[in-house]
Design a binder for this molecule. Structure first.
Ligand code: SF4
Ligand code: SF4
Length: 403
């Protein structure tokens, strides 16, 4: 159900239904990266669950401005949702709050997401020459993101010696996502080359945004529209294998079938929703039995950043371990502080979370930190200490001799 539909049907779009059942146990306090980085209890998931409950009972309990401000203070990482035994969905409720209190931040974020192809390359170039002090307070977060977009690709340090051939001849769609389409076309080129190496028969398609960034910002109608377009492309192509290389996109696309209200809007029936879920495959998992050779000039220190919205096995981490063989790999499990719209609403909080993440990883100079999430690449690149390289794992693989 979209934000607008909630309003049309008379339900309060506060997300109260998503926070019902909160027993104030405080389990979520242990996992919230925003609380860990700031020590501010009022930013904790428990406080936000309470706030949403309060707004549901008495819409005048907070001013419009206060509700909108608090709705901005969440990274949308989902850790609290996974930790909560009562099924309380704080990030979902915050998304609804944002939808109910749209302001300039949501508007800017909408332009930023929907016009990624046109805006991001220009923003990446401009950000390299704009001194940080010149960006007006809240836009400094956006400038940071833009710096991440303007980064140069790293030199590849691994090559594929042999590809598995179990999927040779299988038709596939490659879902690149907004960052690759708007600012990192070399990821798409590398992804395509890997698909070719695997022997997949690629079908060309121009997908929309997966919609997860739009949903986090409360732009639920826009997310629904993007999802409809994506499902139609997949359906028209004969429902083939759908391969994605961004961990956030994979999660966003998986959500189409996992969220009952959304699945009801998007799919003809449950069988088609199941087909969607079954066809969606992270590119990294297709390389599980590939053999890699690490080049002699590869960085001495290597790290892997695990996106915090991922629970359970992480196919990107498995791949990176396989790529690097017996090299030591430092693992970062702390939130990088991206948080999408948080960069606009509270760039200082976002920076605090990022700083904590880097302090805990404490990489030696010259370390290369890889990840599989586009948003994490941007945030890590924008906040990395001097002398630390960050990249999507796709960049680490040499692709010139692959086709
Ligand atoms: S949101 Fe869940 S984990 Fe957090 S205080 Fe409420 S019941 Fe406990
Ligand atoms: S989604 Fe993440 S940042 Fe937001 S309240 Fe939950 S744990 Fe904290």
């Amino acid at each position: 159900m979209s934000g607008s539909e909630l309003e049309r049907t008379g339900q309060k779009p506060t997300g109260q239904d998503l926070t019902e059942g909160c027993v104030l146990c405080g389990k979520c306090l242990e996992v919230c990266p925003l609380l860990a980085a700031t020590g501010r209890e009022e930013l904790s998931p428990r406080a936000k669950a309470n706030l949403v409950q309060l707004l549901g009972r008495d819409p005048n309990a907070l001013s419009e401005q206060d509700a909108a401000t608090l709705a901005g203070f969440c990274l949308g990482c989902g850790r609290c949702k996974d930790a909560c035994s009562q099924g309380v969905d704080v990030p979902g409720a915050v998304s609804r709050l944002r939808n109910a209190h749209p302001g300039w931040k949501a508007w800017v974020w909408k332009q930023w997401m929907e016009r990624s192809k046109a805006l991001w390359p220009k923003a990446g170039k401009a950000a390299r020459v704009i001194p940080e002090g010149l960006a007006p307070g809240r836009l400094s977060g956006l400038l940071k993101l833009a710096r991440g977009l303007g980064r140069e690709p790293i030199a590849p340090c691994v090559r594929v010696e042999s590809f598995p051939d179990s999927l040779r001849g299988t038709e596939a769609l490659l879902f690149s996502g907004c960052t690759a389409s708007g600012a990192a076309p070399h990821w798409t080129t590398a992804g395509e080359a890997i698909c070719d190496g695997l022997g997949l028969v690629r079908i060309n398609a121009a997908f929309s945004c997966c919609g997860s960034g739009l949903a986090t910002a409360g732009l639920l109608d826009e997310r629904l529209e993007a999802a409809r377009r994506n499902v139609e492309i997949w359906r028209s192509a004969g429902r083939p294998l759908l391969v994605a290389f961004c961990a956030s996109c994979t999660l966003g696309l998986a959500g189409y079938a996992e969220t009952p209200a959304l699945a009801g809007e998007l799919f003809q029936d449950q069988a088609e929703a199941g087909q969607w879920a079954g066809s969606l495959t992270p590119l990294s998992s297709l390389l599980n039995s590939a053999r890699f050779v690490v080049s002699q000039g590869a960085p001495q220190g290597t790290g892997y950043h695990r996106p915090c919205h991922l629970q359970g096995p992480d196919p990107d981490e498995t791949l990176v371990r396989g790529m690097l063989g017996d090299r030591e790999l430092a693992i970062s499990k702390d939130c990088c502080g991206f948080g999408g719209i948080l960069q606009l609403g509270a760039p200082t909080l976002s920076a605090q979370v990022a700083s904590r993440c880097w302090k805990k990883l404490a990489p030696a100079p010259g370390t290369l930190v890889l990840t599989g999430c586009s948003a994490c690449v941007l945030q890590l690149s924008a906040t990395a200490p001097e002398g630390i390289q960050t990249a999507h794992w796709l960049e680490a693989i040499a692709t010139n001799d692959r086709r």
